[in-house]
Design a protein around this ligand. Structure first.
Ligand SMILES: NC(=O)c1ccc[n+]([C@@H]2O[C@H](COP(=O)([O-])OP(=O)(O)OC[C@H]3O[C@@H](n4cnc5c(N)ncnc54)[C@H](O)[C@@H]3O)[C@@H](O)[C@H]2O)c1
Length: 320
């Protein structure tokens, strides 16, 4: 039996999921919803399903097993709540919200409804992350991590508006915050952040930070600094380095994955997984054990970036 899928938000990342999912012979697209009618219709014409501009109408009219929620950060909340009420499983793109207050409410709905959730933290599924994890889990104590997402400004218009994206640390560097939690194996105890702006005054509607740094103390004692910048035209540094005694594990960076005492170390490769395949299999079988980022886990990542946003303003460390 094919898994019946709907989409809410049919822009850039929806296209990536659709192009993967169309290669599976056990999914059927039944609805495409976007506030842009043209975009919804164009996806429906290409991939199938009925086009909608209102997800409430879509949920009322269409019978579906699961929904992909690929809307920008500001547009989350109501569609997740309705999906929970209707018992529709959800793949939700990161970040799950801008602030924790809303996500805590939705998490209650998710837990009470029992629907399967998977959040788009796809770095976790990659072979290099799984291989890194296999090395780090053998360490007695992980001391800390340095992470970066420094590059240019994405072109989507909502991205540069703080109220719509939450800023770079919330929207983009969230991948690195999430990977850091995953590798360190702990949730944050305290978060302190600083941010700087003022070089992008020629960009209309731009009110996000040009650069920010967030310090995290984890409950297991590990420490991390994660730096974001979106003003580095044609230059990029996007990776996570994790440290233990004599050990550096670098995920996504230019160096060897593992350096031990200054020497590159060969380690057995752990295969990666496809996030869409894992989600569809979970919906088909009811076995959610391979999902690496359910809603409740993604909430712990959001707590860090949301605390950082508060710390940027108050200058104070935030205890979680
Ligand atoms: N996992 C990843 O690596 C990855 C990569 C890119 C984007 N994303 C995430 O995916 C989300 C969307 O990003 P994008 O690049 O696809 O943006 P986009 O602007 O290309 O697409 C978003 C779409 O959602 C639609 N939309 C907005 N509000 C809506 C609503 N209430 N109902 C229905 N449709 C609505 C917009 O019209 C637009 O077509 C963001 O949260 C982003 O962080 C994740």
């Amino acid at each position: 039996m094919a898994v019946k899928l709907g989409f809410i938000g049919t822009g850039g990342i929806a296209g990536a999921h659709l192009n993967t999912l169309k290669t599976f012979d056990d999914v059927e697209f039944v609805a495409m919803c976007d506030v842009s009618e043209d975009r919804a219709k164009s996806r429906a014409n290409e991939f199938g399903g009925k086009a909608y501009t209102d997800f409430r109408k879509m949920f009322d009219e269409v019978d579906m097993d699961a929904v992909y929620i690929c809307t920008p950060p500001f547009a989350h909340g109501e569609q997740e709540r309705i999906a929970c009420e209707k018992g529709v499983h959800m793949f939700i793109e990161k970040p799950i919200a801008i602030t924790t207050e809303q996500a805590i409410i939705i998490n209650d709905y998710v837990q009470r409804s029992g629907v399967i959730t998977s959040v788009g933290y796809h770095w976790r599924y990659q072979s290099n992350a799984q291989t890194a994890l296999s090395v780090l889990r053998k360490e007695k104590k992980i001391l800390g991590a340095l992470g970066y997402w420094m590059g240019g400004m994405p072109g989507t218009p909502w991205w540069r508006v703080r109220a719509e994206s939450g800023g770079q640390h919330t929207e983009q560097t969230t991948h690195i915050f999430d990977l850091c939690r995953y590798m360190v194996g702990s949730d944050a105890a305290t978060v302190h952040g600083v941010a700087a702006s003022g070089t992008m005054t020629d960009i209309p509607n731009y009110d996000v930070d040009d650069m920010s740094m967030v310090n995290i103390l984890f409950k297991n004692g590990a420490i991390a600094n994660i730096t974001s910048s979106c003003v580095m035209n044609n230059w990029g540094r996007v990776h996570l380095e994790v440290f233990s005694r004599g050990l550096v594990v670098m995920i996504g960076g230019p160096g060897p994955l593992v350096s031990r005492n200054g020497q590159a170390e060969e380690v057995p490769q752990v295969p990666g997984m496809d996030r869409d395949r894992v989600f569809i299999d979970a919906v088909k079988t009811g076995d959610r054990s391979k999902i690496l980022s359910p809603y409740a886990d993604a909430l712990e990542t959001l707590k860090i970036t949301s605390a950082a946003s508060k710390s940027f303003i108050t200058g104070k460390a935030i205890d979680l």
